[in-house]
Write a protein that binds this ligand. Structure first.
Ligand code: AR6
Length: 170
């Protein structure tokens, strides 16, 4: 199956590209963004400074530096503002833009966190539904293996309830 739900720290994933849940400055932050910057080393920040930010719903790519992946795709998810400000379409656009970049860079394996579902406050069950449906739609047209990486307990419980095969990826 080309889409796998796994529970892990995304910085440990041995895949061609991991996706970062970034903010529009691309200069680092908390959550998964902070974990990725710490694990990749200072070269990542240097590379990101040259990208001059990124709009919400879009994505940009850098090398992975000290991470075990080749690339980091920096995607900017929407902040949850109640659901009537185009958040779902912006979140879908993040997944599409990231997958398109991964395909352009000949990636065969890509790992995503649950974009917007932490500090940006997107309801976790909804964020998971958007991620799974958007990735599945893309996989109808492309040869890629995608890992949706679940980290926190609440997301894990929601995922376990809706998807029978949450695997721990080692
Ligand atoms: N591996 C995988 N998933 C993780 C990890 C990890 N190491 N750490 C956290 N998560 P968040 P957002 C999960 O807050 O909501 C930053 O400051 C976490 O449990 O990282 O898109 C950026 O700079 C949650 O399910 O990203 C932005 O300013 C998911 O990753 C802002 O936060 C996303 O949570 C972006 O907020």
């Amino acid at each position: 199956m080309p889409l796998h739900l796994v529970r892990n720290d995304i910085t440990k994933m041995r895949v061609d590209a991991i996706v970062n849940a970034a903010n529009s400055s691309l200069l680092g932050g908390g959550g998964v963004d902070g974990c990725i910057y710490r694990a990749a080393g200072p070269e990542l920040l240097q590379a990101c400074k040259k990208l001059h930010g990124c709009e919400t719903g879009q994505a940009k790519i850098t090398a992975g530096y000290r991470l075990p992946c080749k690339y980091v795709i920096h995607a900017v998810g929407p902040r949850w503002q109640g659901g009537m400000r185009g958040e779902e379409e912006k979140l879908r656009s993040c997944y599409r833009a990231s997958l398109k970049l991964a395909a352009e860079y000949q990636c065969e394996t890509v790992a995503f966190p649950l974009i917007s579902a932490g500090i940006y406050g997107y309801p976790k069950a909804e964020a998971l539904r958007v991620a799974v449906t958007e990735i599945a739609a893309f996989l109808e047209t492309a040869e890629l293996t995608v890992y949706l990486v679940i980290f926190d307990r609440e997301s894990y419980e929601i995922g376990a309830e809706r998807f029978s095969e949450i695997a721990v990826y080692i």
